[in-house]
Design a protein around this ligand. Structure first.
Ligand code: ZN
Length: 425
C-alpha cells in the first residue's frame, strides 16, 4: 500500500468514526490525547508550561489545540478547518403521521446539501442529546450506527419531469420514513432506548441524518476516494494528524477546528465567534505576554485556512476558471479571491508556495470562474477576529455537498505532507 493510499484509508476510518461535528471533535480530541495533549476547561484558569501540549473544546463541536515552544516564541503557525458538513437536522417532536400509514421525520436542512443525493439510500442518525440524571443534566453523544430511515423519491411514473430539473421542497420531499404506523412517540422512545434512559429524561437533542456507507477507493490506479463529509473532514483530519505529532519548536503551533461553517459560522463556536481570539488571548496571558509582546507575536504569525475546493468536472468544464483548472490528485490548491472570500494574497501565497516547493508537494491554483458565485469559507471570517497573515488552501474535489463526495487519494497524502512541513518550525 503506498503512503498516499494509506493516508486515504486512515482518513476513511476517521470519517466513519465522525458522523457529525460532535463526533469529529471527539475523534480529534482522541488523536490529541494519544499524543500527550492535555484538555483545558474554558471555565477554569489556563495554566500552561513551556513545551506543553493542550486543547480546549467549545460546545463539543469546535476545538482549538496548541503546542507551546520550549524556548522563546518566534511567532505562531495556525491551521484551521471545519468539523461540520451539510445534512438534515431532526426537529423537536419530529414524528409526522399525516400520511395515515407511515411515521416520517420532520427535518430541516443544515447547510447547502445536494438534496437528491440523499434520496433512496438507507440513512442513520447521530448527534448529541441532553439527558436528565440524578446528578444533573448530562450530555451524551449519540450514534445509532445502523440504518434507520430513508428519504424516498417518487416513482418516475408519478413525476415525469424528474429528469428535467425538479424543485425540491425540504418540508415536503425530504422527510425520511422511519416506519409504519402512527405512533407520534415512536422516535422519542427509540432515542431513549438507545440512550438507556426514560423518554421523559431526554430533554433535548441535536441530531442529524448521515449516510453509513463506508468510504470507497476506486478507479484506475485507485485514483479516487469517495465518501460523505470529505468537505471538510479531509482537511480537518490531515491538519490534525500532522499537528498532533508536531514537536515544540520556536513557534506556537495552533490548530482551530470550527463548527457551523456550513451555516455561516455565526455561532458561539463558529469562526465568527470569539473562540480563537479569546483562547489566544488566554494563552498569551498564561505565557506572560503583555500587549506589546502579544502584538509582536501576531505580526510574525501565519494562518493556513483549509477547506476543499472544486476540481475541474469532466462533464462541465465551462464551470471552471479558463486558465486555472485544478484536477483531482494534482496537488493542494492555493485559493484566491479578489473580493477576499479567500484570504490569500501574494505575500501569504508566496510563503506557502515556497514551503510546498521545498517539500516537493505538488500545488495548483483555485479561483472561481468570474461568472460563478463561489462558496464562502472560514479564513476571511476568523481573520476578522484574529488578524494575522492568512492563506486559503484545499484539495480539489468533485460533487461538493453531495451525500457522496469524491476527491483524490494522492491529495490526502499531499495535505498531510503540507501540514507536516508547515508545523515543522
Ligand atoms: Zn467546506
Amino acid at each position: 500500500m503506498s503512503d498516499n493510499t494509506k493516508a486515504a484509508r486512515d482518513l476513511a476510518a476517521f470519517i466513519a468514526a465522525s458522523p457529525t461535528a460532535f463526533h469529529a471533535t471527539a475523534s480529534v480530541a482522541a488523536m490529541l490525547e494519544a499524543e500527550g495533549f492535555k484538555a483545558l476547561d474554558e471555565a477554569a484558569t489556563f495554566k500552561l508550561e513551556k513545551g506543553g501540549r493542550y486543547y480546549v473544546v467549545r460546545n463539543s463541536s469546535s476545538l482549538i489545540a496548541f503546542i507551546i515552544p520550549d524556548g522563546g516564541i518566534e511567532g505562531m503557525r495556525c491551521a484551521s478547518a471545519h468539523t461540520d458538513s451539510p445534512s438534515f437536522k431532526i426537529k423537536p417532536n419530529p414524528v409526522d403521521v399525516s400520511s395515515g400509514a407511515y411515521a416520517t421525520l420532520n427535518v430541516e436542512s443544515y447547510g447547502g446539501a445536494v438534496y437528491n443525493s440523499w434520496c433512496d439510500r438507507p440513512l442513520s442518525i447521530a448527534g448529541r442529546a441532553q439527558v436528565r440524571t440524578s446528578s444533573g443534566i448530562e450530555e451524551r453523544l449519540v450514534d445509532f450506527g445502523r440504518d434507520l430511515v430513508s428519504i424516498v423519491n417518487l416513482a418516475i411514473h408519478q413525476n415525469r419531469e424528474v429528469n428535467d430539473g425538479v424543485k425540491i421542497s425540504v418540508q415536503t420531499d425530504m422527510k425520511p420514513i422511519l416506519g409504519l404506523g402512527c405512533n407520534r412517540d415512536s422516535f422519542d422512545k427509540l432515542l431513549a432506548d438507545e440512550l438507556g434512559v426514560a423518554a421523559d429524561d431526554v430533554l433535548s437533542h441535536d441530531l442529524f441524518l448521515y449516510d453509513r456507507t463506508p468510504a470507497s477507493i476506486w478507479g484506475l490506479e485507485d485514483a479516487f476516494i469517495s465518501s460523505g463529509r470529505l468537505d471538510d473532514l479531509m482537511c480537518a483530519w490531515s491538519a490534525a494528524s500532522a499537528f498532533s505529532k508536531a514537536d515544540a519548536g520556536r513557534f506556537i503551533k495552533l490548530l482551530a477546528l470550527f463548527d457551523n461553517e456550513e451555516v455561516g459560522s455565526g455561532s458561539r463556536q463558529g469562526a465568527l465567534s470569539d473562540f480563537l481570539v479569546t483562547t489566544w488571548a488566554r494563552v498569551a496571558n498564561a505565557l506572560g505576554l503583555d500587549v506589546e509582546g502579544k502584538a509582536m507575536v501576531e505580526a510574525r504569525s501565519i494562518m493556513v485556512s483549509a477547506d476543499n475546493c472544486h476540481a475541474l468536472h469532466p462533464n462541465h468544464t465551462a464551470k471552471c476558471d479558463p486558465t486555472n483548472k485544478p484536477v483531482v490528485n494534482g496537488g493542494v490548491c492555493i485559493k484566491y479571491s479578489a473580493n477576499q472570500k479567500y484570504t490569500t494574497d501574494s505575500y501569504s501565497a508566496a510563503f506557502l508556495a515556497d514551503l510546498m516547493d521545498r517539500g516537493g508537494i505538488p500545488r495548483q491554483v483555485f479561483v472561481n470562474n468570474s461568472d460563478v458565485r463561489g462558496g464562502s469559507t472560514l479564513g476571511n471570517l476568523s481573520a476578522q477576529k484574529l488578524s494575522i497573515a492568512s492563506v486559503d488552501i484545499g484539495a480539489a474535489q468533485l460533487a461538493m455537498h453531495s451525500a457522496w463526495e469524491t476527491a483524490g487519494t494522492k491529495d490526502v497524502g499531499y495535505l498531510v505532507q503540507l501540514f507536516k512541513a508547515f508545523f515543522t518550525c
